[in-house]
Write a protein that binds this ligand. Structure first.
Ligand code: IPE
Ligand code: IPE
Ligand code: MG
Length: 253
C-alpha cells in the first residue's frame, strides 16, 4: 500500500489490494498506434488493430479493479483530416469492436456510452453504437465512454449553443449560468471528471480531449505506444497516481 494512498480525498480513489490507488474516473489518450506499426515495419493500420487488444485489456482490468468511469479517446474531430483510407480502416475496426466486445462488456458488467458528435459518423456505426449502448444499458458496473468524433472545443461550443437557445427561449436566465449549467450540457454530464488522465507514446499534450473535465486531473504520460500498453503499464499509472498529492488549489496538510 502506498504511504500516501490514505491522503487522497474520498472521491478521488479506492484503495486496492496492492501498492496503488484506483482512481474513480480515468481517461486515456490512446496514442502511438502509427509509430508502433512503423517501427515494427508494418502499415499504420496494423497498429490500430493491435491497439484493440490494449483496449480490451484496459477495459477489463479497470472494470475488475473498480474504476467507475473510463473514457477512451478513440477518434478526434481533427482525426477526420487523416487520409480517407486510414479513416475507413479505423471505422471498420470500430464496427468490429462494437460487435465483438459485447460479450466482454456483458461479462464485466460494463455499460457503454458515447461522447462526441454523431453527424459525421456513418449510419451503420451509429446503429451498432446504439445497439451496444442499449444492450449494456442496465449494466451497473463501470461506465465505458468511447470518445468518437470528439473534440473538447466542439463539445464546449455545442454546450454554449444549447445554453444560448434556452436563454433565447426564455427558459434560462443569463444570470443563472454557472459552472453546473455548462457541465450539465456536456456530452456525458453524469460521468465524474477524470481523476487521472493517461496519455501513451510520450506526448505532453492534451490534443483537444475533455478540456473542461480535466481541470484538476492528474496526468500520467506513459512512454510506450498504445499497442504495448497492458496491465503492467496501467498498474504503473495507478502507482504514479497513488503518489500524487491532490490539492485542488487549497493548502495541503
Ligand atoms: C492513436 O494513434 C490512434 C488515433 C488517433 C486514432 P496514432 O494513429 O495517432 O499514432 P501515431 O501518433 O501516429 O503514432
Ligand atoms: C489524439 O491523438 C486523438 C486520439 C487518441 C484519438 P492524435 O495523434 O490525433 O493527437 P496529436 O495529433 O498527436 O496531437
Ligand atoms: Mg497520434
Amino acid at each position: 500500500m502506498s504511504k500516501k494512498a490514505g491522503s487522497h480525498p474520498a472521491d478521488g480513489g479506492n484503495r486496492a489490494a496492492s501498492d496503488f490507488v484506483v482512481p474513480r474516473s480515468v481517461a486515456v489518450i490512446m496514442d502511438g498506434n502509427g509509430r508502433w506499426a512503423r517501427s515494427a515495419g508494418f502499415e499504420r493500420i496494423r497498429g490500430h488493430e493491435k491497439g484493440t487488444d490494449s483496449v480490451r485489456t484496459t477495459v477489463t482490468e479497470c472494470a475488475q479493479l473498480g474504476v467507475e468511469a473510463l473514457t477512451l479517446y478513440a477518434f478526434s474531430e481533427e482525426n477526420w483530416e487523416r487520409p480517407k483510407r486510414e479513416i475507413n480502416l479505423l471505422m471498420g475496426l470500430l464496427r468490429r469492436f462494437l460487435v465483438d466486445e459485447r460479450p466482454t462488456l456483458m461479462q464485466n458488467n460494463v455499460r457503454l456510452l458515447h461522447a462526441g458528435r454523431r453527424q459525421r459518423l456513418d449510419s451503420d456505426i451509429l446503429r451498432l453504437l446504439d445497439e451496444t449502448m442499449a444492450l449494456t444499458a442496465d449494466n451497473s458496473g463501470m461506465r465505458l465512454c468511447l470518445a468518437i468524433s470528439y473534440g473538447g472545443r466542439q463539445e464546449l461550443a455545442d454546450a454554449v449553443r444549447s445554453i444560448a437557445r434556452e436563454v433565447a427561449a426564455g427558459s434560462l436566465a443569463p444570470e443563472a449560468v454557472d459552472e453546473a449549467t455548462i457541465s450539465a450540457r456536456l456530452y456525458q454530464p453524469t460521468l465524474p471528471d477524470p481523476d487521472l488522465l493517461i496519455r501513451t507514446a510520450g506526448e505532453l499534450r492534451v490534443s483537444n480531449f475533455l478540456l473542461w473535465q480535466i481541470s484538476y486531473a492528474e496526468i500520467h504520460v506513459s512512454p510506450v505506444c498504445w499497442p504495448d500498453f497492458g496491465k503492467e503499464q496501467l498498474h504503473e499509472a495507478f502507482r504514479d497516481y497513488g503518489r500524487r498529492v491532490r490539492k485542488f488549489g487549497k493548502v495541503h496538510g
